[in-house]
Design a protein around this ligand. Structure first.
Ligand code: MG
Length: 226
C-alpha cells in the first residue's frame, strides 16, 4: 500500500500568520475612526492574545463556533477601551481582507507534487470548514491532495487521536507508513505521534521544539523524507 503523506494547512502550506497580519493592517486602516489613537501593533497583539485563548476554549468544547467568531473581535476591542458594538463590522472587514492576503508558503506546490508521486496526499486541519476549503480551491491544491480531513467534519480537533484515525480511515486504512507534517509541536507533532503517525515538524523560523523531533526549516527539505 502506498504511504500516507498528510499535511497541516495553516502555516505549513498557506502562510496564515502573514495573511492574518496583512488583513488586520487593512482592517485597522479601514476603520480609522474606530481605532483612533490605537497603534496597529497593539490591536494585532490584543487580537492574537484573545483569539488564541478563544481557540483553546473552542478546542476543549467550552464554547461553540459562533461564540468564538463573535468574541474574537469584541474582546480585543473592549480590552483596548473601544466600542465592542463594532465587532461584527470589524470581523466582516477582516475576513474579506484575510482571503485577499492568502499566499502559499515557498515550496508548498513542489512538496505536494513530490508527495503525490510517492504516496497518497491529504490535508488535516483544525480550521473553519469553508475557509479551509476556499484556500484549497484558491491554490488548486486538489491537483495533488486526495483527502481533506477537517475537525468540524470529524467532530474532534488535533491533537485528538480521533482526527488522525479519521484521516487514516478516509484514505482506506490498512497498515502502511503514515507521515504528518505540521508547524505546531503541541497539536501536530504530539497528536500525530500519539496516533501512530510519524511526525515531521515544519520549523520555518527555527524556534526549536520541547522534545526531539525530526524537523525541516524549508518545505523543499521534505523530499528525502517522503
Ligand atoms: Mg498550522
Amino acid at each position: 500500500m502506498k504511504p500516507l503523506f498528510f499535511f497541516d494547512l495553516d502555516d505549513t502550506l498557506v502562510d496564515h500568520g502573514a495573511a492574518e497580519e496583512g488583513a488586520h493592517r487593512e482592517t485597522h486602516a479601514a476603520h480609522g475612526a474606530l481605532f483612533g489613537g490605537i497603534a496597529f501593533e497593539d490591536w494585532l497583539a490584543s487580537y492574537r492574545r484573545n483569539n488564541l485563548r478563544l481557540w483553546h476554549e473552542y478546542g476543549k468544547g467550552a464554547i461553540d463556533r459562533p461564540t468564538l467568531t463573535a468574541r474574537r473581535f469584541a474582546l480585543p476591542l473592549a480590552d483596548l477601551g473601544l466600542d465592542a458594538a463594532h465587532a461584527v463590522a470589524v470581523g466582516t472587514s477582516y475576513m474579506a481582507a484575510y482571503g485577499r492576503n492568502w499566499r502559499l508558503i515557498e515550496g508548498a506546490e513542489d512538496a505536494l507534487e513530490h508527495a503525490s508521486r510517492e504516496g497518497v496526499v491529504g490535508i488535516l486541519s483544525n480550521g473553519f470548514r469553508e475557509t479551509q476549503r476556499a484556500k484549497i480551491a484558491r491554490f488548486g491544491l486538489d491537483r495533488w491532495v486526495r483527502h481533506v480531513v477537517l475537525s468540524e467534519d470529524v467532530g474532534a480537533m488535533k491533537p485528538s487521536r480521533a482526527i488522525f484515525d479519521a484521516a487514516a480511515k478516509a484514505a482506506g486504512g490498512g497498515e502502511r507508513r503514515r507521515l504528518y507534517v505540521g508547524d505546531c509541536f503541541d497539536t501536530d507533532v504530539v497528536g500525530a505521534k500519539a496516533a501512530g503517525w510519524f511526525p515531521i515538524l515544519f520549523d520555518r523560523r527555527g524556534a526549536g521544539a520541547p522534545e526531539p523531533v525530526i524537523f525541516v526549516t524549508r518545505l523543499s527539505d521534505l523530499k528525502p523524507l517522503l
